[in-house]
Design a binder for this molecule. Structure first.
Ligand code: AMP
Length: 219
């Protein structure tokens, strides 16, 4: 019997879309190797590799790492897991990255998580901090007894710059604008699948059913 062809997948979704949780479940259930560009960059930064040092200056400024740098890094890593099914995450993020990847690997499927803007905003802006102690609250999972007030000291809570609604909205908008050409690229190839919903636990069964038709389940 001929060997099953290798499965090449990409997962896309903005911060707060539940992409991390869904990716973890895919990896655990179907045994795909997971390659996340952000994690790979952070590992390189920690290890102070040449790419890491270069990437750090861009990331610290809130910019994307240049296409050629990230593409080289990812293609190098993919070579190491060539013989496995894999799930890419965070790459490609731009049109040129998608085109470069396509020259070497053709994806079987691109799964886009489509979670309403307001739901993501609520998730990402739910973190509040007591600046004096660093105590962290979450207005959805772990709210303070009185909104905006620290339980122990009665002092006011603050939001980190990153967690403020204005910042979150502009980050989400930037993600959508940037990734639009990537989605279009894969839509034209007929391999884009959009999974919509407001709860990760409700989106997951659809992702599971879809992958189940293509891959054997491990557990
Ligand atoms: P992430 O954990 O996916 O949010 O990535 C963290 C940071 O790494 C991003 O804000 C970018 O600066 C950089 N990065 C990750 N993936 C890419 C990519 N495909 N292209 C360019 N920069 C990236």
């Amino acid at each position: 019997m001929a060997a099953r062809p290798l499965f090449r997948a990409l997962i896309m979704g903005p911060p707060g879309s539940g992409k991390g949780t869904i990716s973890e479940r895919i990896v655990k259930t179907f045994g795909l190797k997971h390659l996340a560009s952000g994690e790979l960059l952070r590992t390189n930064i920690r290890q102070e590799t040449e790419v890491g040092l270069l990437a750090k200056s861009f990331i610290d400024e809130g910019n994307l790492v240049p296409d050629d740098v990230i593409t080289r890094l990812i293609l190098h890593e993919l070579k190491n897991i060539d013989q496995y099914n894999w799930l890419l995450d965070g790459f490609p993020r731009t049109g040129p990255q998608a085109e470069e990847l396509h020259k070497v690997y053709q994806l079987d499927t691109v799964m886009k998580l489509n979670v309403p803007f307001d739901t993501i905003k609520e998730r990402l802006t739910s973190r509040w901090i007591h600046p004096g102690s660093g105590r962290v609250y979450n207005t959805i999972f772990n709210p303070p007894k009185v909104a905006g007030i620290d339980d122990l000291t009665g002092e006011h809570l603050i939001q980190r710059e990153d967690d403020k609604p204005e910042t979150v909205i502009s980050r989400l908008q930037a993600y959508e604008d940037l990734t639009q050409p990537v989605l279009e690229y894969y839509r034209k190839q007929g391999i884009l699948l959009v999974f919509s919903g407001t709860e990760t636990n409700k989106i997951w069964p659809h992702v599971h059913n879809f992958l189940n038709k293509k891959l054997p389940v491990l557990c």
